[in-house]
Design a protein around this ligand. Structure first.
Ligand SMILES: Nc1ncnc2c1ncn2[C@@H]1O[C@H](COP(=O)(O)OP(=O)(O)OP(=O)(O)O)[C@@H](O)[C@H]1O
Ligand SMILES: [Mg+2]
Length: 242
């Protein structure tokens, strides 16, 4: 069963078409990789699904319900969590407070302060960040900031996670750890994941399927192995990387 259905999604910024007729489905429990070169429309696709941008055209269904054009907070409350490519935590709040805020305001049900703190600690444990009250965001490196993003998204108790990871700035060990973490989130929490990344190698190890974007259009949808031998993918994607 598809948890997310994206149909002919188009987003224009003025006269510029960032994505055009993008269609794909995400199966319940799947890890889908959404890949493509810089500027191919990955974040725009996420931003339309998550309600940051209203789609210019097309349909988005989550658990069978039309969510296209809903505001970001309503989509979050509906059960879709997302991370941002560029982490922007509240600098003057602790790590725990940052995540507790997400738990408190990000769910479609009344959450007590105690529950919010508990869920925040749980999310921080899952991503491997310190959950004690005194730990601040000061001095967190790129990898830790990515983890904080993930924890903030997880604290909203999503059933679908849109992870705009973009792991550049991370070394190989950190990239592998990020991949393992997403796999663990799926296995331990049963959360369906769409993972955006433009470094192909690290992603291919954990995704069930990949959708490849180029210039705002889907050019491939299938198994990771066949993506790596697809002439068009090699040309636009691996070619660009090389
Ligand atoms: N708010 C905006 N206004 C105008 N153009 C935008 C806006 N957001 C994105 N774009 C343009 O849309 C295209 C797709 O951008 P997008 O950020 O979705 O790419 P991406 O695949 O996420 O790239 P990257 O790998 O660099 O993160 C780019 O040409 C970008 O400049
Ligand atoms: Mg992006």
């Amino acid at each position: 069963m598809a948890i997310l259905e994206v149909e002919d999604l188009t987003k224009m910024f003025g006269g510029f078409t960032a994505i055009k007729d993008v269609s794909f489905e995400v199966g319940q429990g799947e890890i889908l990789g959404l890949i493509g070169p810089n500027g191919s429309g990955k974040s725009t696709t996420f931003n339309c699904i998550a309600g940051m941008y209203a789609p210019t055209a097309g349909r988005i269904r989550f658990e069978g319900r039309d969510i296209g054009g809903l505001t970001a907070n309503r989509i979050c409350h509906a059960g879709i969590g997302r991370t941002y490519q560029i982490p922007r935590p509240f600098q003057n709040l602790s790590i725990l407070e940052n995540v507790a805020l997400s738990a408190y305001f990000g769910q479609d049900r009344a959450v007590s302060r105690e529950q919010a703190w508990d869920q925040a600690r749980e999310a921080l444990e899952l991503v491997g960040l310190p959950s004690e009250a005194g730990a601040t965001t000061e001095g967190l490196g790129a990898a830790a900031l990515k983890k904080l993003e993930l924890a903030r998204a997880l604290a909203t108790q999503p059933r679908l996670l849109l992870a705009d990871e973009s792991l550049n700035g991370l070394d190989h060990t950190e990239m592998d750890q990020a991949a393992d973490m997403l796999e663990r989130i799926r296995t331990e929490r049963g959360i369906t994941i769409v993972w955006v990344e433009h470094i192909m190698g690290v992603l291919m190890r954990v995704v069930d399927r990949v959708v490849v974007l180029d210039h705002g259009e889907v050019i491939f949808n299938g198994l990771p192995d066949s993506a790596q031998s697809d002439a068009r993918v090699i040309e636009v994607y691996l070619g660009a990387e090389a």
